[in-house]
Design a protein around this ligand. Structure first.
Ligand SMILES: Cc1cc2nc3c(=O)[nH]c(=O)nc-3n(C[C@H](O)[C@H](O)[C@H](O)COP(=O)(O)OP(=O)(O)OC[C@H]3O[C@@H](n4cnc5c(N)ncnc54)[C@H](O)[C@@H]3O)c2cc1C
Length: 411
């Protein structure tokens, strides 16, 4: 018996465990794998993620890893180096940290704060008692499954979210989703202070391909290289992402001095539910956070920061419900999500539709790559670093886009 059961010990689950433990609650995180464990990811932490990690007391731990201060956009034969914008709340730097290491640090931190972390424990099915979820039936490698009962349950089991599905969550099918693939290559440029993103992917014959590419220097002799695609791209279903990654690796091989035929690991891919597309986000005694709630930003595929942020919101709401002994308080969480991300994600989903058209994507890339200040505010919008206190060009452009989004009911 525990006050709160958290299903999944990735960024969302570990952060939820940390904040609940800090609130003084009895919280148990079950994680089906054992740390350190791999997770397919670009490993990029933007200023929003760094802020959450700082708030969890991990500033010194992070300082051991590769820090970068902006994005290099490439396309149309040009390069633009764009520093992270100044912001009153978020820092002006990011990190690249392999998820094997990052997730271990954050889960250990939750444990140190007082959460119970049960590794190698898989939540099989929810325990439902007179219509209320009261924990889960949990399996380990050894012995029979046991019941772990809880007053509240937080679902943080990632993009596939089998536990969430068992509770009735589903994805809004007409909204976009993403898919991405990545691996690592050795490169002498492994410790550059920029992450790189390519807006014009080409196949080996130089023909344009849908999607975007990234190179994130890890600082340990390797670079994380990947490509991502949105479901709004024409030909989405027929694209072989492994071939797309091969083409991209060939495209960047000389510049980054990588041997395209010799990645250090096998390429792995994953689906990315985004834009708040999975719900419901709350039941009478449970909340859904991180990828399990489709929390990734559709503008850029970042999800680690949103996993931390949604976890923190959920932990605060569960804390209130426990203190007030009133489960109805959980219903504040979907409202808070809507206030924080509702409009922004809607604009981002519309953007995903626009760039899904190759001709428009090409024109936008051309315009952006020829205009530094345009790209600076595009970065501010896409990384969700708009200033609440100031109306600069990025904020004005976003406001205009939001006004258009309001007219599109189903976007
Ligand atoms: C190729 C790719 C590249 C990406 N690159 C980036 C990037 O550079 N930056 C960024 O911010 N985001 C990136 N993302 C998105 C990011 O990986 C996710 O948004 C993030 O991992 C979400 O965290 P989470 O805790 O919700 O889910 P996860 O990280 O998936 O964690 C879920 C955890 O739950 C555990 N689990 C699952 N089911 C159970 C169960 N039944 N019982 C117990 N445990 C269970 C899993 O083992 C896992 O540890 C990328 C995604 C992909 C696919």
């Amino acid at each position: 018996m525990t006050e709160v059961l958290v299903v999944g010990g990735g960024p969302a689950g570990a952060a939820a465990g940390y904040w609940l433990a800090r609130h003084g609650h009895d919280v148990t995180i079950v994680e089906k794998k054992s740390f350190p464990r791999e997770k397919t990811c670009g490993d990029g932490l933007t200023p929003r993620a760094v802020k959450q990690l700082d708030d969890m007391g991990l500033t010194d731990e992070l300082a051991q890893y590769h820090r970068f201060h902006g994005l290099r956009a490439t396309g149309m034969g040009r390069e633009l180096e764009l520093e992270w914008p100044e912001h009153p709340v978020y820092p002006q730097h990011g990190y690249v940290v392999r998820r094997r290491e990052l997730d271990t640090i954050v889960a250990t931190n939750a444990e140190k704060a007082g959460a119970v972390l049960l590794e190698g424990h898989e939540a099989l099915t929810p325990i439902v008692d007179r219509g209320f979820v009261r924990g889960a039936l949990v399996a380990t490698e050894h012995g029979a499954p046991t019941e772990l009962r809880a007053e509240y349950t937080i679902v943080a089991d990632g993009a596939n979210s089998r536990f969430g599905r068992a509770l009735g969550t589903s994805r809004t099918r007409q909204w976009p989703y993403g898919t991405a693939i990545r691996t690592y290559w050795e490169s002498p440029r492994h410790d550059e202070p920029w992450i790189e993103s390519a807006l014009d992917l080409k196949d080996r014959n130089g023909n344009p391909m849908p999607g975007y590419g990234w190179i994130f220097p890890v600082g340990d002799g390797t670079v994380n290289v990947g490509v991502g695609l949105l479901s709004t791209f024409r030909d989405f279903r027929s694209v072989n992402t492994s071939h797309l990654l091969d083409s991209y690796a060939a495209q960047i091989a000389d510049r980054w001095q990588i041997d395209p035929g010799a990645p250090t690991t096998r390429a792995t891919s994953g689906r990315i539910p985004m834009g708040g597309s999975v719900g419901p986000k709350a039941g009478p005694t449970y909340l859904v956070i991180g990828d399990a709630a489709g929390s990734v930003n559709p503008f850029n595929g970042e999800g680690i920061d949103y996993a931390y942020e949604t976890a923190r919101m959920a932990a605060d709401v569960v804390h209130q419900a426990l203190v007030e002994d009133d489960a109805t308080g959980l219903q504040r969480y979907p409202k808070q999500l809507d206030e924080a991300y509702g409009q922004y994600f809607k604009v981002a989903r519309l953007f995903a539709r626009v760039i899904g058209r190759p001709a428009l994507m090409r024109e936008l890339t051309r315009a952006g790559m020829h205009n530094r200040s345009l790209m600076e505010w595009v970065l501010r919008i896409m990384a969700n670093l708009l200033r609440p206190d100031e109306l600069g060009p990025a904020e004005a452009a976003y406001k205009a886009a939001a006004a258009i989004a309001r007219l599109a009911p189903d976007a």
